[in-house]
Every structure is written in C-alpha cells, then in structure tokens.
Design a binder for this molecule. Structure first.
Ligand code: PLP
Length: 400
C-alpha cells in the first residue's frame, strides 16, 4: 500500500466510525473502471454496489447535474419543482403501475415509506391490520423498521427491541408465506431477486403465488427494487420479468447514479393513502438528484441497456459457468441479467480479495456467494479482459 492510500486510511480509521473496513481509496471513476488514490485502475464489477448502472461519470449525467446545480439545488417540498415532477411521471410510465410517487433519499427510506403507507392503509381501510410478512435472507435497510423487516440475524444483533409488526417466511416457498399470514397481516414485501441474501431470483410460481395471496386476502404486495431495479436484470424493474404487478415498489441506488435518491411508487389504488403532512422528507425530490435520474432513464433508453443487461449477462454467466465446470470449489452461477452470483464452497471473501489483486472489484453476498454487479454499459472487450483476470484469480486459488 502506498503512502497516499495509507495516509487517507489512517485518518479514516481514526475518524470514521468503523461500520466498514475499507482497504481501497477510490479517487475517481469513468465508465466501468475506478482509480484508486495511487492511480491504479480497477474494473468496478460492483457498480458502487448496484449504483452505477450507466457507468461512472457518464457525460450526460455529469451535464445534467452541472446544469441543474447551476439552476436550483433545492426548494422546499412546500413547492413543486420541474425535474422531480417529470421524474415521477417517468417512473409511473416505465413501471406501468399508473399511480403516484413519494421521493426520499435512500433505499431504507423508500422501504420505510412503503412500510408506513401499508400501516396507514391498514389502520383505516385494512381494518386495524399492520403486520408485514418479509422473506428470510431478504434485505431492506438499516433503519430500525427496515432492519426489523430484514430477516437476517447478523445485522439485527444488538438492536433489540426492534419494532414489532414483521413476520418472516421462506423465500420461494409459498406455503411458508401462507403460514405467516394472519388476521393482522397487511402486506407482503420481497425482492424479486434477493441481493444481499445471496443473489437468488424468485421463481415465477412464487411471484404469482404471492400476488394471488395478496389478492385473496386483500394484502399489499410490495417489491423492493433497490438493488435489482433500474435495468439491472434486463427489465426496468425486476418484477417486470415476472407475469405479475406489485401494488407498491421501492427503488434507490441506481436511480440517480450516485446522487442520493429513493422513491416509492404505487399503483392507482394506493396513490392517495399518504395525505398532506402524513409523511415527508426535506430533501425528497431534490431537483439535482431528479435531473440525474432523468438522465439515467434517458441513457438506459437511448443506449438500449435493458437488452444489453441480458446479452452481456449471458456472456458473463457463460464465462463464470466455464470456471464452475473447471473447479470443484466453484458450485453454481445464479442470478438474472447483470446481477450474478457465483456460489462457492469456501469463503467468498477470499475470492473477492484474489479478484481485486488481479484488478477486478467484486462483492460478497453472504459467506458463500461472490456477487457481480457490473455497469450495464460494459462492452464485450472489457468483459473479455475481466474474464481473463478472473481466470488468473481462480487459477491462483485453485490451480494445480
Ligand atoms: N433494499 C435492498 C434490496 C438493498 O440491497 C439495500 C441496500 O443494499 C437497501 C434496501 C438499503 O438501501 P440504502 O443503503 O440506500 O438505504
């Protein structure tokens, strides 16, 4: 580690609370790569954890941010602004849900808004119902309510008492969901592709089963699209890859390409559950973030990135499958589009470290899954280079 990186990390560890333990300092990003503080270029197959779907510093996003920053950076939510209004219209249009949008600043906040909306509806039309069924190995955020919704003990430990009102079921097991529903249940919340929990796609039967159960019991179906949304799996939102429509969905991360922004999108039925003053966020619908998000949506449309997520995803999947066929310790490739997980026998962290030594940033998703979330703008020649680097990493780890 050079002086510059070490210098920054020393101050970081002295002054930043240790919720993370970084060993790389990212200084800049361009397209599918980032540069560290010492000028070393790395392929970013994390997209900043599912954020840079259109790549780092896309010129159109940079221009949109610059132009908007020079025009209006904030106005209170007592007033409307044009970029957020246009974005709400666009999100309703590309989702086809026909309802309305609430803007906030992160994935956890978007899910918090979904939880509050479900409870508000449940306290009136839902006849006093408040409980939300969520899936084991799901992930919904780190606020107290979204942590309670996140059925994973590793991130809940030490935070008791967590808010009540959540029941857990097994993902892809509709009987388990049915068993978790009771007279208090108001909603079912899930990711169409679980990200943090191991890059596991829902089955078609499961999504259809959840929808049917919600219809039968008058429950709200909520999809958390924070990680799998914004084109990552080859459709605008991952639930669109299934033959069902949720009542509400949330998105954040890639929405504004790194400018903090979250959104809760509803269908018509739930569009007016929130009323004036019933929920709010000072920065929600920030015009700079909204301008960035409008640019992101334009880029995804103009550059055909939904189709590219599928095509490039197939190439990456095939390359990973070739490695699985070669080494016993690599067990399976799963996921959708450019949201792929490599299931391994040992510690996924070791593989992530070895990939980094070759020049590729990847993530873990639990103990045994290496997660790949490259930008959707990834070109074939860059992918080929990364595939070679990955082969070298696996060869170093598992070769004879
Ligand atoms: N929901 C999902 C599916 C996520 O993957 C995440 C973050 O990883 C969140 C919610 C929380 O988002 P944020 O970190 O923006 O609060």
């Amino acid at each position: 580690m050079s002086n510059k990186t070490q210098e920054i990390l020393d101050i970081y560890s002295a002054r930043v609370m240790p919720t993370y333990a970084p060993s790389v300092v990212v200084a800049s990003g361009k397209g599918v790569t980032v540069r560290d503080a010492d000028g070393l270029t790395l392929y970013d197959f994390t997209s900043g954890i599912g954020v840079h779907n259109v790549g780092h510093c896309h010129p159109k996003v940079v221009k949109a941010i610059r132009d908007q920053a020079a025009t209006l950076t904030h106005c209170s939510n007592l007033f409307a602004n044009a970029p957020a209004t246009a974005l709400a219209d666009k999100l309703v249009q590309i989702s086809g849900l026909g309802g309305k949008v609430f803007f906030c600043n992160s994935g956890a906040e978007a899910n918090e808004a979904a939880i509050k909306l479900a409870r508000k509806w449940g306290s009136a039309e839902g006849k006093g119902r408040y409980e939300i069924v969520t899936m084991r190995r799901g992930f919904h955020g780190r606020t107290l309510a979204t942590l309670a919704a996140t059925a994973q003990s590793w991130c809940q430990e030490g935070y008791d008492p967590l808010p009540v009102g959540f029941a857990y079921a097994d993902f892809n097991d509709i009987e388990s969901v049915k068993a978790a529903v009771n007279d208090q249940t108001v909603a079912i919340m899930l990711e169409a592709v679980q990200g943090e929990g191991g890059v596991t796609p829902a089955t078609q039967e499961f999504m259809a089963g959840v929808r049917a159960l919600c219809d039968e019991k008058n429950l709200i179906m909520i999809c958390d699209e924070v990680q799998c949304g914004m084109g990552r799996t080859g459709t605008w939102f991952a639930w669109q890859g299934y033959d069902v429509k949720p009542d509400l969905f949330t998105c954040a991360k890639a929405l504004a390409d790194g400018i903090p922004m979250g959104a809760l999108v509803s269908n018509e039925k739930f569009a007016d559950v929130f009323t004036p003053s019933s929920h709010a966020s000072t920065f929600g619908g920030n015009p700079v973030a909204a301008a960035a998000a409008l640019a992101v949506i334009d880029i995804i449309e103009e550059e055909g990135l939904l189709a590219k997520a599928v095509e490039t995803g197939e190439l990456l999947r095939a390359a990973l499958q070739a490695e699985v066929d070669k080494y016993d310790k690599l067990l399976e490739v799963r996921g959708k589009g450019l949201m792929l997980g490599l299931v391994v026998e040992g510690d996924a962290k070791e593989i992530v470290e070895s990939l980094r030594a070759q020049g590729v940033l990847a993530l873990t998703a639990g103990e045994h899954v290496v997660r790949f979330l490259p930008p959707l703008v990834l070109k074939e020649d860059d992918l080929e280079e990364v595939v070679d680097m990955m082969s070298d990493a696996f060869d170093c780890l598992f070769g004879e």
